[in-house]
Design a protein around this ligand. Structure first.
Ligand SMILES: [Zn+2]
Length: 214
């Protein structure tokens, strides 16, 4: 775990950039070596972390129809031959930012109504059904394929996580808005990684205080 912390620190936004590592954040690497979200919630975590504002815009994994298609196929959210349009990619990015607002709101505030409206809109097209496996276990499953099915899967996961109680541990970093899973006992984590975003926030506060003082 320490290795991960230090490799992330060296690659991070603030200074020496190891682009190869930095590009793996949100997929293979969790900032600060945090555990990833449990079960299916990890997929929703990956979706939200397909981009954050600390990264160059062209690193957005849903940034174009081609990129979004590749990402959705890789996650098996759409069938292997399925292609999504630029408009679909744009609405996925909109849904992603609305979901990001929900995880930020998990830091003890209400979400912006524009975000909850956007999620309601997405939910209208996303038909979900109750699937049953041979052992009699149920799961929420998309009723259709394509991008609507992908959205249905993601919203089904959101609902499951709220029932299981895991959702309240998904938080948006106060600095970079990365969606991290807070496993701490008192659920008090505010930053994706204290060593990175915690210190950046503190340095900024220090700088502000210093400037006000002089
Ligand atoms: Zn952060």
């Amino acid at each position: 775990m320490y290795l991960l912390v230090s490799s992330y620190r060296h690659c991070h936004y603030a200074g020496q950039v190891d682009e190869r590592d930095k590009r793996r954040i949100g997929e293979q690497i969790e900032p600060g070596g945090r555990p990833k979200a449990p079960g299916r919630l990890e997929l929703l975590q990956r979706f939200i972390n397909s981009y954050n504002h600390d990264l160059p815009a062209d690193w957005d994994r849903l940034g174009t129809a081609d990129k979004a298609t590749a990402w959705l196929r890789q996650k098996r959210l759409v069938a292997p031959g399925h292609r999504i349009s630029e408009a679909d990619a744009a609405s996925l990015r909109e849904l992603r930012e609305a979901l990001r607002e929900l995880v930020i709101a998990n830091q003890k505030r209400r979400p912006d109504p524009a975000a909850t409206d956007a999620i309601r809109m997405a939910a209208r097209a996303a038909r979900i059904e109750v699937a049953l496996d041979d052992d009699g276990r149920t799961a929420l499953a998309p009723a259709r394929g394509g991008v609507d099915g992908a959205v249905a899967t993601l919203l089904g996961i959101l609902h499951e996580a709220q029932l299981s109680g895991h959702w309240s541990r998904m938080k948006g970093c106060r600095q970079c808005e990365y969606a991290f899973f807070d496993r701490s006992k008192n659920r008090s984590a505010a930053w994706c990684a204290m060593a990175i975003c915690g210190n950046r926030t503190k340095n900024r506060a220090y700088y502000r205080r210093h400037r006000t003082a002089t």
